[in-house]
Design a binder for this molecule. Sequence first.
Ligand code: ADP
Ligand code: TZD
Length: 618
Amino acid sequence: MNSYDTATMQSPTRAQERGLEAHRLMLGDCQQRCATFPEVKSETHPNMTNDTQSPEMTDGFHLVIDALKLNDIDTIFGLPGIPVTDLCRMAQAEGMRVISFRHEQHAGNAAAAAGFLTQKPGICLTVSAPGFLNGLTALSNATVNCFPMILISGSSEREIVDLQQGDYEEMDQLAIAKPLCKAAFRVLHAEDIGVGIARAIRAAVSGRPGGVYLDLPAKLFAQTMTAEAGKKSLIKVIDPAPRQIPASDAVKRALDLLKGAKRPLILLGKGAAYAQADADIRALVEKTGIPYLPMSMAKGLLPDTHAQSAAAARSYVLAEADVVVLVGARLNWLLSHGKGKTWGQDKGAKQFIQIDISPTEIDSNVAIAAPLIGDIGSCVAALLAGMGDGWTKAPADWTGAIAERREKNLAKMAVTLALRPSPMNFHSALSVIRDQVKARPDAIVVNEGANTLDFARSIVDMYQPRKRLDVGTWGIMGIGMGFAVAAAVVTGKPVIAIEGDSAFGFSGMEVETICRYNLPICVVVFNNNGVYRGTDKNPSGSKDVAPTVFVKNARYDKLMEAFGGVGVNATTADELAKALAEAVASGKPTLINAVIDETAGTESGRIASLNPQSAVKK
Ligand code: ADP
Ligand code: TZD
């Protein structure tokens, strides 16, 4: 019955033996308990079998798979091991796509990105304790970013965990997950698997999306019940993310405020990208003629080349605007908390209209004059309906002043982008990627690093919604390969991962995963020999190098070659352009080691001011 046993019994290592023993104990224990406790006892439980009739049977493994499939979830990102190895195998046998990673954090990041791209919760499957903890960073990051995902982890026996008797990979995972995600559930009985998965799906995608933890103890998987009862126990979730219609007085309040605005601004956040209300959002922007700013993952909701984009005049519009419409964007650190110099504190108070699905987001940092609570699709549709046909466009003196600044800044930037210094700097390398994305606007860009992130965000224009995935709300490194794998798996489109050399290191081993599944991913490593830069010196004179520098002139391209992908060392913009175009056209896993001037970066990119300064002069 358990193919893990037979598959690994030939020559088990000591660790495997320990694991197998634990597994055997679990199974034995399960059988014993089945005989003892009525809730899992086949003879007495109404859903369980009676051997004499030999009806078709199912078990916990199959119920988990059936419950996911019933809810149109077709992909699992995970990493096998006790007690979920057979779950991976069986899911694959049942037609699900199972993408196995080298580290759970990247499987979790893939699940999160899949959730963001599809509005269906991405599934990450891990083993207990350490595997669970490895996945937890991604679960927590997904929750912070409002991405729907479900981390499903196998766990040890409750009886042993709760008495802290030292089980194989013992940990009270549910308790640990709870504060780090939106909801956490545990299923103890096979007949509750349907409810558990339904609750997890609803919790992940309804209201403000987020991460959900589902704890499945090992012995659940082997519990049996009749196939018929099993089928009946599953739940097809109806309307998992119900529309939330804004109140009409809230819509009127928002429109009244917007009507009187002299210098209005629309700010689009990744909530707007997630909502998939692309046509209405574009209609809102174009009908009102209001200039807009996209947050990084909202880039492409309207093409970055749109005449109303104020991205190239960002500081000006943030400081000068009088009424700001926030669409799925929080006034957190990325927006200087809605106050201070960035927001032109000396120019009088701003008034905000905030569209968000979460009522408690309102007034989180500054007073919000017109909250509009609901899903973005419904809210934007209500605004459009309320505006009717005769809505007056944003004042021309405001839009004209922005256009003037934008053109000036874009012209200045064009000169910088045309330069071809040797070695490459961030601008020359990114100008090449910018051209490639323009040629293939359906490609998905994944982006992490410090300078590599900041420059790419402003230089690489996006043309279509949900084509840019990045470090998000935490500014977290390590999302690169997980996000790239998910983007390729979910969309089948080419993926260009623009990676700082430090950032890449967090998930670099997943190039093997990329090669194994032959995914159309081109990783471009901006190799400037270190975190931020490669120039720091150890001031102590000891033989260690400085904490921010790496091995000089490393060849990350060889890493991809090691697994059969294409590796290219690019020292000029032309070489980079050629390699990138070939990678995108061929769809072959490719890693381009883009050699960047090691002096080119700045400390922490554009957020250097967040570094605490020592008060002591030494
Ligand atoms: P950004 O980082 O791009 O500024 P944030 O992650 O800070 O964006 O904000 C996203 C916001 O969008 C969150 O406050 C979240 O509650 C909200 N949100 C997510 N999905 C929806 C939706 N479908 N409708 C309304 N609001 C949403
Ligand atoms: N660890 C994690 C998980 N997230 C982080 N954000 C950091 C550490 C700190 N950090 C940054 O904020 S950016 C960065 C680190 C380590 C890497 C910057 O170096 P890079 O990019 O090589 O990736 P640039 O382009 O050379 O600056």
